[in-house]
Design a protein around this ligand. Structure first.
Ligand code: SF4
Ligand code: SF4
Ligand code: SF4
Length: 253
């Protein structure tokens, strides 16, 4: 690969999935118009969804999903020992995501409700940074392929990358969407980091904050807006518990 006329080495990249829906990996694999360019930029040595290669000599490991079993924790430690850079890919990996809803009950309760007399091995769900050190976190449920590709270009060329600091509302307004707060819907766009181009409010669905908090937020005031709309703390927590990505606003880990 050449950058500014200079031959640069392609980093060896691997993608690994843990507890998740694999939608983030699918995002990376399913847009053929840019897939060839992406594959030209890096050497994919391990990516189950698109390749039969299972090489273990990777430099960058993209981790999708959260950890919910001991064998996953052991596997994560092995990946950390090999990779010079570990990237948490997607909201499940970065925050625990929808999987962390399991932590609202004990493992025994979940097992009895879901699996009856055939309990499955499980641990309380953890985000990847709660298990091993993570060098870079790319949020989103799913991730934006465009953003991941932009980040990979920055990694390969050693250029710094900055996520958008402002909230989803900016992108929502730029797209000329009607504000869902005016329709009495609880939308977390004012406190959520932009970068997704506001697809949810664009489709009349409130933003539930899958990308985590923006840099500067006024969460107490947004909560007041929700209270004035008639929502209770329980209503707010129910929404926050969807992705577990905005809990830090409430001082919750
Ligand atoms: S972050 Fe969302 S799309 Fe990605 S693996 Fe988790 S549930 Fe699937
Ligand atoms: S709909 Fe949501 S994201 Fe869009 S402007 Fe209103 S609060 Fe912000
Ligand atoms: S609008 Fe909100 S919930 Fe939807 S993708 Fe963007 S950050 Fe995630």
């Amino acid at each position: 690969m050449q950058y500014l006329g200079i031959e640069t080495a392609k980093p060896k990249v691997a993608f690994f999935d843990f507890t998740c829906c694999e939608g983030c990996q699918l995002q990376m694999a399913n847009k053929e118009d840019t897939l060839a360019d992406f594959l030209n930029l890096v050497e994919i040595v391990n990516f189950r969804e698109i390749s039969s290669s299972h090489r273990q000599d990777y430099d960058i490991a993209f981790i999708e999903g959260s950890a919910s079993r001991q064998d996953q924790i052991d596997r994560l430690e092995k990946i950390r020992a090999q990779a010079s850079m570990v990237v948490a890919l997607g909201t499940c990996a970065v925050f625990g995501g929808v999987n962390k809803s399991a932590n609202l009950r004990s493992v025994a309760e979940n097992n009895s409700i879901v699996y009856g007399d055939q309990p499955k091995e499980s641990l309380p769900v953890k985000a990847i940074h709660e298990v091993i050190p993570v060098d870079l976190s790319i949020p989103g449920c799913p991730v934006s392929k465009k953003e991941v590709e932009k980040i990979v270009v920055h990694l390969v060329t050693s250029a710094e990358f900055h996520f958008e600091k402002y909230p989803v509302c900016i992108e929502c307004k730029k797209n000329m969407n009607h504000c869902l707060l005016d329709e009495g819907k609880m939308c977390f766009g004012p406190v959520t980091r932009a970068g997704c181009d506001a697809p949810c409010p664009g489709g009349k669905l409130p933003c539930y904050g899958c990308r985590g908090p923006a840099d500067e937020t006024n969460w107490p005031e947004l909560k007041n807006v929700f209270y004035r709309m008639g929502f209770t703390d329980d209503d707010i927590m129910e929404k926050l518990n969807l992705f577990h990505s905005l809990h830090s606003l409430n001082g919750i880990e």
